[in-house]
Design a protein around this ligand. Structure first.
Ligand code: ASP
Length: 321
């Protein structure tokens, strides 16, 4: 018995010593979608600034899958030592209602680190679409509803959620084409293989500004300073239509408290960094204040978002499997 107690004490001491030395090597930030897309962009800006603050490189690693459901599972099963963390968006709150056999529980399998930013979405079309504004766009997709295709990043993605709400708001169903992220979806949109999509401004702002895609509306309640000419869907008559895509950081359950504290400090330092704030603002995103970059704020927000979306999704009767 005595030997057992001693070895438990030894293990605990060794664990806390390892936690004190953290980080001992590069940290992997897992992105559940394809490289070059909006979640990836938020990850790269955050990772670079966090790396400076924590004294080790934070490497962005893409583990893409439709709906972004494999990245969280990978992090859940990773060693809880702070060297593998997850960045994810609103999908963390919506996927449990959409998948019957999801292999992770957002509120139970992770240690929340903190909130990062909030990103509006935009309704955009392929360059060849004839519609010049939202009114013409609506008339066009309603008239061609059996032909037009809507690109998304799979069931549970932000682009899926936005598309689902949009279809219901305009009472029109259309064909959806799933990708492992909206970076490949954007490539196909630019190439004219799909007709339209709803995607975060972090992926669409530069394409809109350079006129490479047709832009029809933003999904936020107010216009986005980075895209001042783009009307909101509410202005255009879709009352109550508002979707904001928030991002958070998570570590595997059981990650020691000193390690989480170090990650929280690094995240807060990153969000206070003016270059990070400017980069996010240029991409249409709003950076959360450091007071929201805390485990308690993220856990509270995640729970509130799950409570908000689950009944709406259940009502819509959508399931991935
Ligand atoms: N924008 C994607 C989504 O719809 C994900 C991504 O590629 O970052 O969730």
């Amino acid at each position: 018995m005595r030997r057992l107690c001693l070895s438990v004490a030894f293990l605990l001491a060794a664990g806390s010593a390892a936690a004190q030395q953290y980080p001992t090597r590069n940290i992997s930030m897992i992105v559940p979608y394809a490289a070059g897309g909006p979640t990836d962009t938020v990850a790269r800006v955050t990772a670079q600034a966090m790396g400076k603050a924590i004294g080790q490189t934070v490497i962005v690693e893409n583990r893409p899958s439709a709906g972004g459901i494999l990245g969280p599972e990978h992090v859940k099963n990773s060693k809880p030592d702070g060297h593998t963390i997850l960045i994810h968006h609103i999908g963390m709150a919506t996927t449990p209602a959409l998948y019957r056999n999801l292999r992770f529980k957002p509120l139970e399998d992770f240690e929340p680190i903190g909130l990062i930013n909030d990103v509006p979405m935009t309704i955009i079309g392929k360059p060849q679409l004839p519609a010049k504004d939202f009114k013409e766009f609506l008339a066009y997709i309603k008239k061609n509803k059996d032909k037009v295709s809507y690109a998304n990043a799979g069931i549970g993605a932000a682009s899926h959620l936005c598309g689902m709400l949009f279809m219901s708001a305009i009472e029109t169903d259309f064909l959806t084409v799933p990708y492992k992220g909206t970076a490949p979806a954007m490539n196909d949109l630019l190439g004219g293989q799909v007709d339209f999509m709803c995607d975060q401004t972090t992926n669409t702002t530069s394409q809109i500004k350079s006129g490479k895609v047709k832009a029809y509306a933003v999904t936020s309640a107010k216009r986005v300073p980075a895209l001042p000419d783009l009307p909101t869907l509410q202005e255009l008559g879709l009352r109550g239509f508002e979707v904001g895509i928030w991002h958070g950081l998570y570590a595997p359950k059981g990650t020691p408290k000193p390690v989480i504290d170090a990650l929280v400090s690094a995240l807060q330092a990153a969000l206070k960094d003016e270059t990070v704030q400017k980069r996010f603002a240029d991409l249409g995103a709003t950076t959360y204040p450091p007071t929201m970059a805390t485990p308690a704020a993220l856990q509270k927000h995640l729970k509130a978002e799950m409570d908000r979306w689950t009944p709406l999704i259940r009502k819509a009767g959508v399931y991935a499997d």
